[in-house]
Design a binder for this molecule. Sequence first.
Ligand code: BG6
Length: 479
Amino acid sequence: MADSEARQFTIIIFGASGDLTQRKLAPALFHLHAIGALPERCRFIAFARSEMNDESYRRLLFEVSTDDYSSDAQSWLDFAKQVRYFRGSSNDVTSLKRLDDFIRADSNGETKDDRLYYLALSPTLYEGTINALGDAGMLDESGGVRRLVVEKPFGTNLKSARLLNEAIHARANEHQLFRIDHYLGKDTVQNLIVFRFGNTIFEPLWNRNYIDHVQISVLEDLEVGDRAAYYEHSGVLRDMFQSHLLQLLALAAMEPPATNHADSLRDEKAKVLSAIRKPSPERAATNSVRGQYRGYRQLDGVSQASSTATYAALRLFIDNWRWQGVPFYLRSGKALRQKYTEVAIQFREPPHRIFDDEDASGLVPNMLRIVIQPNESIRLTIDNKKPGARLRAEAQELEYKFPMGMRDAYERLLLDAIAGDASLFTRSDEIELSWGVVDPYIEAWETELAAQLYPYERGTWGPNAADQFIAPNRYWSNP
Ligand code: BG6
């Protein structure tokens, strides 16, 4: 409808003075604005508790991300004009009613307007904010579209995630909710779907008959730094595994969905997550390795005796027809040698070797590496004859490099949330199923069964125990 297209669209960011807004959301919105990708009448309200006004807030944004804005001065000025600062407490109904009046007063007397509320807040404020939005009547869609983006972490375990889902569902419908996992906004992560289901040559091999094991690595050189107060209570399993690593696993292991639409995709992801074996506490301890980098305990906000893991490796099994017996090795850590994210598929050795040992010494089983970041690429090792008189083998690599200049994941996700497309957001059941996978490990680590916490040096690939964990016949695929 022409008139509804021209309706006022307001993006309200709660937690506007926080790091996420300044470093990720504002630059993403700026770029979308600069390329004309946002709705025609779109404006932004930055909501936070700090004492600021429109001018000082705009200045703050600019100073934090000068590089993002200064190359296009005119677009920055146009964008900044649309940014309004509103001071208040997000879990206070009175503040929100004032905000509602403010939005309406600015809507040229129109009775309807569309809104996207983005919760870039401390997770402890999610429930209170959603309740207050509900009490203020601001989630009621009779006045126009009301969408809600909720950042991770969504809960701290299965129980709290369930309670949060229930609390949200009491105020809003699932179609209004966009639980964000920014990994799903990465082009290379979306490419897992195209690569698997757009090609015919891989899918017939994508199972226990041809695959020895799968590795999913999300390695970071970044240290915990000034996020220590949050990280100390979260640790690597809650911070990375429950969300990013399990989403990568779900995309790599799910059955082909009937369509690429939100529910079709999310049904398949939920099915595979629900098939991941739940270990006993003893098994959870032996199927995992945890580490902590040296120096972590010296950070402000971290206990001298902290047992928070900054590195973890897990061995998971998926109990279904396709994957029975195939280990999925997942690992992630901070303060490692370099940033590297990859899904690696290790194929089996050929069933019968026709070469003499000496000739075959260079043969390696095929490995497919889907490099998510950086140097985004697809790499396949294949064995060939080494040129020369003798019949000797050597492994070579076929490589496809993604074109440079991919935009930040938040841009794609913001556009999808604005358009109401939930395909790349996690549904309530996926969130709960993912907590169901990591909870046994978190619990095992908190009891005396806890696998030892191995210290590791910064700038390495993590504790040596992780190499022994995957050995003897397997090794980690490092860049
Ligand atoms: C966030 C985690 O979700 O993802 C951070 O909270 C982590 O600890 C970050 O550093 C990694 O994201 P990316 O896109 O840089 O791989």
